[in-house]
Write a protein that binds this ligand. Structure first.
Ligand code: ZN
Length: 296
């Protein structure tokens, strides 16, 4: 592996949080605002989850990255201020956690700018972006580079960060890859008629899964990026399992526990190669019968 971590570190771990709150359910259907219980399920994040997680991070003495949709910042400015006061990084996560698949560059630019304006009202000038649903479009890197973002964390194609070129302007930004196995959504999220697998896992099982993942990343010299949602992992049993995991990680020798912003800065300063991702298209001379089978 050609990636080298600073000083004596052999790998890195970042504990990140996406403060989606009500944004994502309202982006899916504005009528969801009439569902009092569903809205309360989402509000648990900024109301209870974030304060609990901030306490936990302070006790463990680590800094994290919080991705905050602009609408969350507008609705819960005090929550965002508490995150900032805790010394954590606040980064961009859309305005209303919009569905991103297939949208035009112009529409996406509008979402990005509205999110930036909302964070700016709280004095936040984010260097990092994570797409809602981790859904980048091929035009997204250019939009981020044009706006001065230093990194994105929404792609799946490596174990270590790398520099990613834009299409148009010759600039680049750092990509810090993620993994669906490292997201609490898949483990715990369930709301009837809204989302989730229907299986709410035991925190012990999730702790074991994530511990195996971070141990493998450490052995591999790569980058463990965990994504948690305060409305899910801010609940007592999940927060306790996360606390235990952070303790386990901090006890591992030579692992750099830090923010994505710090990882991006280190990558930009030490990696010379800038990667261009080739877009893979279906062969035009190979007709496929899509009327049969399951698609899997
Ligand atoms: Zn999100």
């Amino acid at each position: 592996m050609s990636y080298s971590w600073p000083g004596q570190y052999r790998s890195a771990a970042a504990f990140t949080f996406d403060v989606d709150a009500e944004s994502t359910v309202l982006a899916t259907d504005p009528g969801n605002s009439s569902r009092m219980s569903l809205m309360s399920h989402q509000a648990y994040g900024p109301r209870i989850g974030v304060p609990r997680l901030l306490q936990l991070l302070e006790r463990r003495d680590i800094k994290s990255t919080f991705f905050v949709p602009g609408f969350t910042a507008d609705t819960y400015p005090d929550t965002v201020r508490r995150i900032i006061d805790g010394g954590h990084e606040v980064a961009h996560h859309g305005y209303l956690h919009e569905p991103m698949q297939g949208i035009s560059a112009q529409t996406e630019a509008g979402y990005l700018d509205r999110g930036l304006e909302a964070l700016d009202r709280l004095g936040v000038h984010p260097v990092g972006y994570r797409a809602p649903w981790w859904e980048l479009n091929w035009h997204t890197p250019d939009l981020l580079i044009e706006r001065g973002f230093e990194y994105d964390s929404s792609l799946f194609d490596d174990d270590v960060p790398y520099r990613l070129s834009g299409d148009k302007n010759g600039g680049d930004l750092v990509e810090i890859p993620i993994d669906w196995a490292l997201d609490d959504w898949e483990q715990y999220a369930f709301y009837p008629g809204w989302t989730g697998s229907g299986v709410i896992e035991s925190p012990d099982k999730v702790h074991e899964l994530w511990l195996r993942e971070v141990q493998a990343h450490h052995a591999n010299g790569s980058c463990f990026v965990l994504t948690n949602h305060p409305f899910i992992s801010g609940r007592p049993s999940k927060a306790a399992a996360l606390d235990r995991l952070i303790g386990d990680v901090k006890a591992m020798e030579g692992i750099w526990v830090t923010t994505l912003g710090e990882i991006a800065r280190h990558t930009a300063a030490t990696i010379a190669e800038v990667r261009t991702l080739a877009r893979v298209e279906a062969p035009t001379d190979h007709p496929v019968d899509r009327t049969h089978g399951t698609g899997h």
